[in-house]
Design a binder for this molecule. Structure first.
Ligand SMILES: NC(=O)c1ccc[n+]([C@@H]2O[C@H](COP(=O)([O-])OP(=O)(O)OC[C@H]3O[C@@H](n4cnc5c(N)ncnc54)[C@H](OP(=O)(O)O)[C@@H]3O)[C@@H](O)[C@H]2O)c1
Length: 311
């Protein structure tokens, strides 16, 4: 049986990928983590790995006979970006790894976005390293994770994050005029697409998957319809976002803890990205049709399940 290692498989997106692959029974799964632990109920080993020691990481991949590495590291700092680069170096140096999926799961990160989103360089560097190597790789893009609008009513391992639309307080802070379309995919569907792709012999450089496409303005209308209330709404023009003055919504309990300024910064970057239409990855040649057995959740399905009036 082929062994798949999920680095960062203890985290929000990674854990769902681990669950999907492990439950299929078609692959050996091992989670790579900075500390050993267990994922209850799955019988998947969580193995301690030192991201700062490429040689020992290489040996670990070989000892476990890992053929496919899926990185789901939370890339939220220079340190984590370097950890992923070291993981790629170890995969390249190993004699066993043939395929690699870097942790992206966002928009198409290109040099064009660096002027307002310098962190984009982390994903570009990883892709450059993979492109120069002998490894097969694919960069998965999905737009915006749909989980944020279903937690806690729709199961997800991700941390809650109220971006643009806050169902808890019926408030919205919309980037721009809210008309630019955004692509959405739930992490449970991302995991299904990844499992399906593991069967394929070769991968294209980009794999774009979307569950739905909707503007923030239309999501707001849907939210008001489903909750049966009129919401308190702020629109942040692009000039305001460019000055780093976006309206940050209150974050729910359990959200990733970031210093206020760092959150505002990220918030404005996401807002610019959305307003420029870059979150609409449906223009990138979706691969959904290759896997017709996956019926991804729509925005309406998630919102109605999580926030609809109960009988
Ligand atoms: N498009 C979207 O809307 C969207 C939303 C969220 C996330 N994402 C993307 O999805 C990916 C995964 O995000 P996530 O929210 O699932 O991540 P996460 O839960 O924050 O982190 C995943 C795992 O990464 C590992 N990790 C964190 N910092 C590390 C470091 N410095 N060195 C090594 N390992 C580290 C941790 O595992 P251990 O502690 O076990 O080592 C953690 O459990 C990221 O690339 C992110 O940008 C996209």
């Amino acid at each position: 049986m082929i062994t798949v290692a999920v680095a960062g498989g203890t985290g929000g997106i990674g854990k769902t990928i681990v669950e999907e692959i492990a439950r299929s029974g078609r692959y050996e799964v091992v989670v790579l983590s900075r500390k050993p632990s267990t994922i209850p109920g799955l019988g998947v080993p969580v193995v301690a790995a030192d991201y700062n020691d490429i040689a020992s990481f290489t040996r670990l991949l070989q000892e476990r006979n890992v053929e496919i590495v899926i990185s789901s590291l939370g890339l939220f700092s220079e340190e984590s970006a370097q950890a992923q680069l070291n993981l790629i170096h170890a995969a390249i140096a190993s004699t066993t790894v043939k395929k690699f999926i870097p942790s992206e799961f966002g928009i198409r990160y290109t040099k064009d976005i660096l002027s307002f989103y310098p962190a984009g360089q982390w994903w570009i560097d990883a892709a450059d390293l993979l492109r120069e190597s002998h490894l097969q790789f694919t960069r998965i893009i999905l737009g915006w994770t749909l989980d944020h609008y279903g937690i806690p009513g729709v199961p997800s391992n991700m941390n809650p994050f109220s971006y643009a639309i806050d169902f808890h307080n019926h408030r919205a802070a919309i980037p721009g005029d809210g008309k630019a379309p955004v692509a959405f995919l739930h992490s449970s569907d991302l995991a299904k697409y990844i499992l399906a792709m593991l069967e394929q012999d070769s991968w294209p450089e980009y794999s774009a998957f979307a569950g739905d496409r909707m503007s923030w303005g239309d999501l707001l209308k849907l939210a008001e319809e489903v909750t049966g209330t009129k919401w308190d709404v702020t629109y942040d023009p692009i000039e305001k976002l460019e000055k780093g003055e976006g309206t940050v919504l209150e974050q729910p309990k359990g959200a990733m803890e970031l210093p206020e300024e760092a959150l505002r910064h990220l918030w404005c970057e996401f807002g610019i990205m959305a307003d420029k239409g870059l979150m609409d990855i449906t223009t990138e040649g979706l691969r959904n049709r290759e896997f017709p057995h996956v019926s991804p959740l729509t925005v309406r399905e998630v919102v109605e399940t999580a926030w609809g009036q109960k009988e």
